[in-house]
Design a protein around this ligand. Structure first.
Ligand code: NAP
Length: 320
């Protein structure tokens, strides 16, 4: 039996929880920490399971074939993977990210919850309560509200279905053409302004790549109708936060729900904390579920050992 390695740079208690679950789900496999493997044993490792790994550690495994990340977003390791692969004499190491249906369900639930929060004017009523003000606001029905979802991947597709079920008009935006029943699809930068112009609530579920970094900026906000609202559940650097604050201050945007930030935890000095039209969440829209994620990882590894087939891998050049 070839040993497997678990490379992590996470809290020790969290790492132990993962290791326990992985060992239970992969009872016939030998899973080690890097420190437990001799040089000879390390040379026989084909599969690594990783959580925020130190990329230099990958070089200690000359016969590594693929790496299973425990996270859905892999932007923090894509660049280091490219560097490690460029320096390797053998095969390029393939990267597999977590694709867990439970994660998509959890994200869809969050998108629906926070869309309803904006649609049903909860930030406005919270402010009215602070001001001891009794005022009934007009509220359109869901079918009069267009929610546009940036990204139609594993999470975007699940979110779109939840929004449709609730009765919203839904637009989607992706890099390649997607046919989704009852959804108006837009593709590429060229069609983005057209979609933004017909958006009341913009939901970001894009991966962070060279192309998406800073995508939501002054120009994007200007292209939205005045008073539009934004939800970012993807990655912090996709939004230019200075531009966001300006757009909120000049009322181009009415509210932003932010779950992700360039620096996490969000520094206490950050202006976003105090902004009256920003809702801050501590990266909780879809947290990895150790139990279900472990099952996905175990299935991927078992299938590889039985068939030699790798799960769907990340396109390192594309960045997701
Ligand atoms: P995915 O399956 O890889 O889907 C990505 C989607 O984005 C695809 O539809 C892709 O278009 C589209 N896209 C990528 N680059 C684009 C571009 N330049 N222009 C237009 N569309 C582009 O990813 P996922 O599993 O849905 O996850 C999305 C992101 O959510 C992750 O990368 C992660 O950062 C974030 N996330 C956040 C949390 C949280 O708790 N806040 C939890 C999990 C994940 P194509 O379909 O045409 O390729």
């Amino acid at each position: 039996m070839q040993p497997m390695v678990f490379l992590h740079n996470i809290d020790e208690q969290e790492a132990q929880l993962w290791l326990q679950n992985l060992k239970l789900a992969l009872a016939t496999e030998d899973i080690y920490l890097a420190s437990q493997l001799s040089k000879e044993k390390a040379a026989s490792v084909e599969v690594a399971i990783v959580a925020n790994p130190d990329p230099s550690e990958l070089a200690s495994f000359p016969n590594l074939v693929w790496v299973q990340s425990l996270w859905a977003g892999v932007e923090s390791i894509v660049e280091s993977f490219k560097r490690v692969n460029a320096q390797r004499s053998g095969n390029a190491i393939e990267l597999v990210r977590l694709i867990d249906p439970q994660l998509a369900t959890t994200m869809a639930e969050a998108v629906l919850a926070w869309t309803l929060y904006l649609h049903r004017q909860m930030p406005e009523y919270a402010q009215q309560q602070r001001d001891k003000q009794w005022r009934q606001l007009q509220c359109p029905t869901a079918d009069k509200i267009t929610v546009s979802v940036l990204g139609t991947g594993e999470l975007g597709q699940a979110a779109i279905q939840a929004l449709l079920k609730q009765g919203y008009q839904v637009n989607s935006w992706s890099r390649s053409v997607k046919e989704i029943e009852a959804v108006q699809g837009f593709v590429g930068l060229e069609q983005l302004p057209q979609m933004l112009a017909q958006t009341e609530i913009l939901v970001c579920l894009l991966p962070l790549t060279e192309e998406t970094k800073g995508l939501l900026c002054k120009d994007t906000f200007q292209a939205l109708p005045k008073g539009a609202k934004v939800i970012n559940f993807a990655r912090g650097p996709i939004i230019n936060h200075e531009d966001l604050i300006n757009a909120l201050d000049n009322q181009q945007l009415a509210h932003a729900v932010l779950d992700v930030f360039e620096t996490e935890p969000l520094p206490v000095s950050d202006k976003l904390w105090q902004h009256p039209h920003v809702t801050i969440l501590p990266h909780i829209s879809a947290m990895t579920n150790v139990e279900t994620a472990t099952q996905v990882v175990a299935q991927n590894i078992t299938h590889y050992h039985q068939s030699g087939e790798l799960p769907v891998t990340v396109d390192l050049a594309r960045g997701y």
